[in-house]
Design a binder for this molecule. Structure first.
Ligand SMILES: [Zn+2]
Length: 295
């Protein structure tokens, strides 16, 4: 069974390496804001279970990590989600505004340069999943990953395109304009079906609810080991204990709940066991059996 290596922030199975690339950590969010269905009593109980890495035991705030995953196969290097980004103007989101974070240094720590990336796959197009899609060069936002094909779900892209058409103001705190449209303009974007084979062993699956075109990515190797990059299907470990809790950021809370419970049921069935010590690291690996989910 593949185990997450906490020192290298990565894991390997067969010929596949998966590394976590942090953009921001330790963003503290009030539980009642993030999860409208959560009670203080439930969060307090979970704080004992998951510990101070995930829940502040005093304030009961939840810590969120904003990170990407880089997957190296024999033939390709794929970046999943592009986090918040640097130098972006994000009115209404102070902690995302004009950042100068170490994302590219953290990518280098996984042995990957921006030029190495063959595919950038965005699970969805929220502002904290597209930021590093672009960087500013001579006042223009251009693709950060010059050799990559960027994969966006067509259903997701169309939804936000329609939202922008109905709005006089930039949507998604400006991220659609500075982190999605420049990629479309460059010709590096490909709009895909929710169920899409990127390459052998790399398959997207529709996971609607959090957003209308949200996807997860399955990474499998010789049918023995299987990882799921689940994006915002789960935001925090508390959703393993309470998969019925959707966040305030979910476009369709009911559909998000059904997607999450369905995915977890399948992973649990695949592994035939459910460990209580699943989220022992911010990579959110479900270290049980042969299936793992990374959020
Ligand atoms: Zn999201």
């Amino acid at each position: 069974m593949a185990q997450w290596n906490h020192e290298t922030d990565s894991c390997s199975f067969g010929t596949i390496d998966i590394g976590r690339v942090v953009d921001m950590e330790d963003g503290a969010f009030p539980a009642a804001m993030l999860y409208p269905d959560a009670t203080p009593e439930a969060i307090k109980a979970l704080s004992h279970r998951f510990g101070p890495m995930h829940i502040n035991p005093e304030s009961l705030e939840l810590y969120l990590s904003f990170h990407a995953y880089v997957i190296k196969t024999e033939h390709h290097t794929i970046l999943v989600d592009a986090c918040v980004g640097n130098g972006k103007d994000r009115p209404g989101r102070e902690m995302w505004t004009n950042r100068s974070g170490p994302f590219l240094d953290n990518l280098a720590r996984q042995g990957v340069t921006p030029e190495d990336i063959d595919f950038v796959m965005c699970t969805h197009l929220h502002a904290d999943h597209v930021g590093w899609n672009t960087k500013q060069v001579n006042g223009e936002w251009v693709p950060t990953f010059a050799n990559a094909q960027y994969l966006f779900a067509e259903r997701e892209y169309k939804f936000w395109e329609e939202c922008q058409a109905k709005s006089d103001d930039p949507i998604m705190y400006g991220s659609h304009a500075d982190s999605v449209l420049p990629v479309m303009k460059s010709g590096q974007a490909k709009l895909i079906d929710g169920a899409h084979e990127i390459a052998t062993g790399l398959n997207t699956e529709p996971a609607y609810g959090h957003t209308p075109g949200n996807m997860v990515l399955h990474v499998s190797e010789a049918a023995k080991t299987h990882a799921v990059i689940c994006g915002d299907v789960m935001h925090h470990p508390v959703q393993l204990a309470h998969p019925e809790w959707s966040t305030c950021f979910c476009e369709d809370a009911q559909k998000s709940r059904a997607t999450r419970t369905g995915l977890l049921d399948r992973l649990t069935a695949a592994t035939r066991s459910f460990s209580r010590r699943i989220f022992n690291h911010r990579a959110m690996g479900l270290s049980r059996g042969t299936a793992q989910a990374f959020g």
